[in-house]
Design a protein around this ligand. Structure first.
Ligand SMILES: C[S@@+](CC[C@H](N)C(=O)[O-])C[C@H]1O[C@@H](n2cnc3c(N)ncnc32)[C@H](O)[C@@H]1O
Length: 250
């Protein structure tokens, strides 16, 4: 997945803006070592650092990391893969906002890397999309693809139920201390083209396989299909569902 870091910050800043309660749950302490997994452009990494913690942001996207370094010159960022990263010295906490559901290929490998990155007693505090996340958006997408005779796209996300993810955490060597599963309807205030803008940002890789002349009408159809569920008088509202947890390494 190629990320457009500029569009991410300008139109989808709500992702990190909604991360503030997760930073509160992490409750970073001065001097603590924290790793921010899938840090994106580093907005929450900087928030954690502002509490006095020493933070490393890692992300699989070179574009995201370049933007993070440019926007937060005093902080440490590096390109790294959530499925396969190691650290020289263990961390007190691993934090992750809106990134784990992108690591859909092998969630167990991600949890194993997080465990290895933590000291015993270290905490894993994260939020990801939960089962049913963006269901109306993805259903509109799949229907539009079908109507246009396109091959059914493989969606890139993993949206587990609370029970599924808790089991993975326990099997992966963590004690789950808190697990919340909640709807978070999210205004797409900076997305004048509503669901179509969301698809371009988060499912852009699927559009690469669509004939160029079909992209615009296809996205218009996504909007028509999604509108009854997601379009309000005040604007578009995405049907986000979140899974937020705090777990401790054995
Ligand atoms: C929606 S963004 C969230 C960014 C940031 N945490 C925030 O709250 O704004 C998801 C991030 O996960 C990163 N990501 C996806 N798969 C990854 C992987 N396998 N390893 C590391 N980062 C990954 C993406 O590059 C992207 O920056």
């Amino acid at each position: 997945m190629r990320w457009n870091a500029r569009a991410y910050d300008s139109s989808f800043g709500y992702v990190s803006a909604h991360g503030a309660p997760l930073v509160e749950l992490l409750d970073p302490q001065p001097g603590e070592r924290v790793l921010d997994l899938g840090c994106g452009t580093g907005v929450l990494t900087a928030d954690i650092a502002s509490r006095g913690a020493s933070v490393l942001g890692i992300d699989g996207s070179q574009a995201m990391i370049e933007t993070a370094i440019a926007q937060h010159p005093g902080l440490d960022f590096t390109v790294g893969d959530g499925y396969d990263f190691t650290v020289a010295q263990p961390y007190d906490a691993v934090f992750s906002n809106a990134a784990l559901h992108w690591m859909s290929r092998d969630p167990e490998a991600v949890i194993a890397c997080v465990r290895m990155a933590l000291r015993p007693g270290g905490r894993f505090v994260a939020e990801l999309g939960g089962a049913g996340n963006c269901a109306a958006l993805t259903s509109a997408l799949l229907t539009a693809w079908r109507e246009y005779g396109l091959a059914e796209p493989e969606l890139p996300w993993y949206f587990p139920t609370p029970a599924q993810y808790a089991l993975r955490l326990e099997k992966g060597g963590f004690v789950v201390r808190l697990l919340e599963y909640f709807d978070r309807p999210t205004p797409l205030d900076e997305c004048p083209n509503g669901a179509a803008d969301w698809v371009r940002m988060f499912a852009g890789a699927l559009l690469d396989r669509v004939p160029p002349a079909t992209v615009e009408p296809l996205l218009r159809r996504v909007n028509e299909l999604a509108a009854p569920a997601l379009r309000r008088e005040s604007g578009w509202m995405a049907d986000y569902v979140r899974l937020r947890f705090a777990a401790v390494r054995h």
